[in-house]
Design a protein around this ligand. Structure first.
Ligand code: SF4
Length: 443
């Protein structure tokens, strides 16, 4: 009964448990659905946030399977896209990974200063102590070092300024470092989180009414659709769509015990990792990459300029005729642990060349980096996207998945989560997806 009430509420753009409670007392349709039961907002909320969190995806998949059986949906082609939805968190309660690092570095530098001072005036007392490394510090290490410094400086004449610094360090630093350790644990691989919803990450949202580019705490919501019905949804704490696809597709497999034949997505997903992983699963990746439209007109190019590749000798020739020889390979590991290999080519004596700004990797002038595997995957993507099927999918992508976000945000007015936390907000997305599918079915 409670699930029926929740699904019907989300169908009617009612997201607040207090408004649902009121509707159960006033609205005849809600009364009929609940069989005249009147659960209060606490019961509704407990059910939504606790009971549904482990089972809603399964219920959602069962509803999708009914749509598949009735011929409304196919699980063979899925259109995937993502949007950021604001978390139920205060905008000004951010914790930044970078400022934690800066503060820790400051403590570390000051501790080193105190240690050096102690060594200067009490070298005898500190002589047996092994050299202290201050790069990695924690509360315990700081406590231990201060005890050592205190012991060494006992009965010595110490400047009042150092005494003051030591007192401050003794009282403040261990506590602050414990707080930073706790914050780092919450951050994980992220750069930021909100104190009022630690699972939410600060991201740039499309809805920027003040037009000041302010980052807001939110979740990256990924969905896959077919025929404008949602067939899969997942939440991510990373603002970047690229890294979310493997996990999203894996969830599709878990939900339906099968994989789609084709995944269609925009250029935000066109990475080496995604092309490789999707192909490994036997799926056709109809996925653009960021320079796809340019390469369409001018042919596949390197990211530098018109370089000619001599495959036999594994070297490049630049527009001025200079030869660039292979000088090594670099590895780049993505957030998901995927390793990409970049071949380096170098030529000397490039002074005065107007294109030298492009022939540069970091500070190394005359050098370029080429990912041959990615270029190969991109040329395969061009062929796939320019096939008859590819052209059809590209046209359909814009009218399949994108209107679904429009419906959720504009028509259903859902722009901010009511609940806090990754698993609870995912329940809300699940309820929204079910409501969207039901209203689409009856439209
Ligand atoms: S910088 Fe060197 S390699 Fe690059 S285009 Fe100029 S001359 Fe050629």
């Amino acid at each position: 009964m409670l699930l029926k009430v929740l699904a019907y509420s989300y169908l009617n753009n009612l997201y607040s448990s207090r408004k649902m409670e009121a509707a159960l007392k006033e609205n005849i349709q809600f009364m009929w659905l609940s069989g005249m039961n009147k659960p209060d907002h606490n019961t509704l909320n407990r059910f939504r946030s606790q009971r549904l969190k482990d089972v809603l995806k399964e219920i959602f998949a069962q509803v999708v399977m009914l749509l598949v059986e009735s011929g409304h949906v196919s699980l063979q082609e899925i259109y995937t896209d993502g949007t950021k939805i604001e978390a139920n968190a205060n905008r000004y309660t951010f914790v930044w990974g970078k400022s934690i690092k800066t503060n820790k570095d400051k403590i570390s530098a000051q501790l080193k200063e105190l240690w050096n001072y102690a060594q200067e005036i009490a070298s005898e007392e500190l002589k047996d102590n092994s050299p202290v490394e201050f790069k990695e510090i924690d509360a315990e290490k700081v406590k231990r070092t201060i005890v050592q410094i205190d012991k060494a400086l006992k009965d010595k004449e110490v400047s009042p300024e150092i005494k003051k610094k030591l007192n401050y360090a003794r009282k403040q630093w261990p506590e602050r470092l414990e707080k930073y350790a706790d914050q780092e644990e919450k951050l994980g691989k992220r750069n930021s989180y909100s104190k009022t919803d630690p699972d939410a990450t600060f991201m740039r949202m499309k809805e920027d009414h003040l037009q000041n580019g302010q980052l807001k705490a939110g979740y990256n919501v990924q969905i896959s659709t077919n025929n404008q019905f949602i067939v899969n949804y997942s939440h991510h704490q990373n603002p970047n769509d690229t890294t979310t696809l493997p996990k999203h597709i894996e969830q599709f497999r878990q939900l339906y015990n099968q994989l789609p034949q084709a995944v269609i997505a925009d250029a935000g997903y066109g990475s080496e990792e995604n092309y490789t992983r999707i192909k490994e699963l036997g799926i056709d990746p109809f996925i653009k990459y960021n320079c796809f439209d340019r390469d369409q007109n001018k042919g596949l190019k390197s990211q530098y300029h018109d370089l000619m590749y001599d495959k036999e000798n594994d070297c490049y020739y630049c527009p001025t005729g200079k030869k660039k020889d292979r000088c090594g390979t670099t590895k780049k590991i993505t957030e998901n642990g995927f390793v990409g290999y970049y071949a380096r080519y170098h030529s000397d004596n490039c002074e005065g060349c107007p294109l030298s700004g492009q022939c540069q990797v970091g500070k190394k002038k005359g050098t370029i980096e080429i990912n041959h595997n990615l270029n190969h995957l991109r040329s395969e993507a061009i062929d796939l996207l320019n096939s008859k099927k590819g052209e059809y999918y590209r046209r359909k992508r814009g009218i399949d998945v994108e209107p679904v976000f429009g419906n959720i945000k504009q028509n259903k007015g859902f722009r901010r989560f009511m609940l806090k936390g990754l698993s609870k907000t995912e329940v809300e997305t699940g309820l929204l997806a079910m409501a969207h599918n039901l209203s689409k079915l009856t439209a």
